[in-house]
Design a protein around this ligand. Structure first.
Ligand SMILES: [Zn+2]
Length: 264
């Protein structure tokens, strides 16, 4: 197999306060680009022009405005395929994908498999391919999305599934939240040295003006409390917080998630 790292180039377009719109290029078709969750058309158009790139397709993870609001304006500039969950709240013309749907961009020689990962929203999907995961607002580095529609059981199952991806899978989240999520990770597991070390590396990247992302599945398994609900230390912290013994790991997850909701 050819070198996956050389086949694609994935770069962020910063939008709004802390969103990243991910731009995917392929060596097979220089000058073409895919976008993930273009919530802000202006930011995208500026970036594409500056780099002389033509839009070739759009992948959407979920219906929230900061992920889809740029689509209509972008389609007015280029008639490209848009893929996203089967949900009436998605932009008109979105080609629906479901769990296991493979999306191919043959000229760019790219293919992504769709994973249904409910929790943040019920129809949320992620895209997996070329050693990368685009997980929208489901998995954040050292954290996870809020439960706007799904249950703790659903989100815990989605995150558990993502955690089983190969350890070197690069994780492209839709927001720069890492510094804040790491503070929570350390509150949950003060004796885990990994979030502290990772936090120092992240602070260095942020100080240099670079994104903290991508992360990797391997990093997330060591620093992200939401992927560590089966660890005794995480369970103990959740039980102390709840003031009660907890059962399945989804119950541990539920306590962590509501703890994080009020964490400052
Ligand atoms: Zn969202």
């Amino acid at each position: 197999m050819s070198n996956q790292m050389l086949e694609t180039r994935i770069t962020p377009i910063a939008a709004f306060a802390d969103n990243y719109i991910w731009l995917i290029e392929s060596q097979a078709a220089p000058g073409k680009a895919l976008l993930v969750d273009p919530g802000d058309a202006r930011a995208v158009i500026t970036a594409l022009r500056a780099r002389s790139l033509d839009l070739a397709g759009i992948l959407l993870t979920h219906h929230h405005p900061d992920h889809i609001d740029g689509v209509e304006e972008l389609l007015a500039t280029a008639a490209v395929p848009v893929y996203g969950p089967r949900d009436p709240r998605m932009p008109a013309g979105t080609r629906p994908v479901g769990d296991g749907t493979v999306i191919e961009f043959s000229e760019m020689r790219l293919a992504f498999e769709t994973w249904a990962i409910p929790g943040h929203t019920l129809s949320h999907v992620g895209y997996v391919g070329h050693g990368a995961l685009f997980c929208g607002d489901t998995l954040f580095s050292a954290g996870c999305g809020r439960l706007f529609e799904g249950s703790p059981e659903e989100m815990n199952a989605s995150l558990t599934r993502l955690a089983e991806l190969p350890p070197d899978t690069r994780v492209y989240c839709a927001h720069e939240y890492t510094a804040a999520t790491l503070r929570f990770a350390l509150a949950v597991e003060p004796s885990n040295d990994s979030p502290r070390r990772y936090g120092a590396a992240v602070a260095e990247r942020r100080a240099a003006g670079a994104p903290s992302l991508p992360s990797t599945i391997s990093i997330e398994r060591t620093v992200n409390p939401f992927l560590r609900c089966d660890r005794p230390a995480v369970r103990r912290a959740a039980e102390a917080r709840a003031g009660a013994a907890l059962g399945r790991s989804a119950e541990v997850f539920a306590v962590l998630r509501s703890w994080k909701d009020g964490f400052r």
